[in-house]
Design a protein around this ligand. Structure first.
Ligand code: GDP
Length: 332
């Protein structure tokens, strides 16, 4: 028989008691595109909000192969040594195309996946990056209400997804590798500027000297950037996730940062700014959805696009006539 869906009160009760099965079910509703699921999810989130916020949220980014899963596995075990609970979430903008996300996949984090105090959830896969990111942010709220006091949000180093992760975490950790000497050129400046810490992984064996050299190069490059708003000077460290070398130093840095920004008020400021940002993101997302899913717009869009391409219509006039149609339709 099909399981009965829990009521909002049952969800909230289960989540705040730390029931991971119920938490998982709630996250599934958050990720669902069905309106009836969304309405329950939104109510659950709202009721969980007062219990959320009491955590450290860390974004972890790096290109495929940088060692994210290996590192998150050891990072996770390290932060859990002090007690508490850890949720590992992910934002993978490619997951829609590949139908199923690799990021946050349990099998990639062998030790953490069997740890009783961890909750691992792969990236939501449906929708635009904005939609995926919103779902992850809402999942953070649910996890915190369930008592998870450490949240990792993993993403791939491709640009836009970093911005999304940066907008929901307290500390943004960028995992890099020592390259061939010109590695700095390949890294988008914007991503480096977001980083509160840059860590060079695989600083082991033959690679140790190169990793140290890369660290020096990163430090020099960081000097050229404007000082961050937080007042914190981003650090560059080397470590080895695989051999578990220097992991403590990486997390000492994160904790030092958290103390620093709690002291100077930036911690709260950043979270407030993020809430504001997400309010506007939600508005944008809903407006966009409403517009593009409007039947009249769906019927006209292709034709207008063709007219623009064939030079019969300017982009501006095409947009205006579509928007006029949309607003007229709303009035009806
Ligand atoms: P991801 O794609 O960023 O999640 O990277 P993985 O964690 O899957 O690591 C990619 C490869 O690098 C794997 O073969 C790992 O065993 C290897 N690797 C990860 N961390 C280290 C490290 O600290 N040292 C060395 N030598 N290899 C590592």
């Amino acid at each position: 028989p099909k399981k009965r869906q829990l009521s909002v009160a049952e969800f909230v009760d289960g989540i705040t008691k730390g029931d991971v099965t119920i938490l998982s079910q709630a996250v599934t509703l958050v990720e669902s595109v069905k309106p009836e699921h969304q309405s329950v999810a939104q109510e659950v989130i709202e009721k969980c909000l007062p219990y959320s916020g009491n955590s450290i949220r860390v974004g972890i980014s790096g290109v495929p192969g940088a060692g994210k899963s290996t590192s998150i596995d050891v990072f996770g075990l390290h932060v859990l040594e002090k007690g508490g609970k850890l949720a590992v979430l992910a934002i993978d903008p490619s997951s829609e195309r590949s139908k199923g996300s690799i990021l946050g996949d349990k099998t990639r984090m062998e030790q953490l996946s069997v740890h009783p105090k961890s909750f691992i959830r792969p990236s939501p896969s449906a929708g635009s990056l904005g939609g995926v990111a919103r779902k992850t942010r809402e999942t953070i709220i649910l996890c915190e209400a369930a008592g998870f006091d450490k949240i990792f949000v993993e993403t791939v180093g491709v640009g836009q997804s970093e911005t999304a992760v940066h907008s929901m975490v307290d500390f943004f950790l960028l995992i890099q590798l020592a390259g061939t000497g010109d590695e700095l050129q390949g890294i988008k400046r914007g991503i480096m500027e977001m980083a509160d810490g840059i860590v060079i992984n695989k600083a082991d064996g033959d690679n140790l000297e190169r990793a140290k050299l890369a660290a020096t190069q990163f430090r020099n490059a960081l000097h050229l950037f404007p000082a961050p708003e937080s007042g914190w000077t981003p650090k560059v460290l080397t470590y080895s996730g695989f051999y578990n070398i220097g992991v403590k130093e990486v997390w000492d840095m994160v904790y030092e940062y958290i103390c620093f920004v709690k002291e100077n008020g930036y911690f709260e400021y950043r979270r407030n700014e993020q809430s504001k940002y997400w309010m506007y993101e939600s508005i944008n997302e809903q407006l966009r959805d409403s517009f593009y899913h409007n039947p009249k717009i769906e019927a006209m869009l292709q034709k207008k696009e063709q007219q623009v391409l064939s030079g019969n219509l300017t982009s501006f006039i095409a947009a205006k006539s579509l928007l006029d149609t949309y607003f007229e339709d709303l009035k009806m």
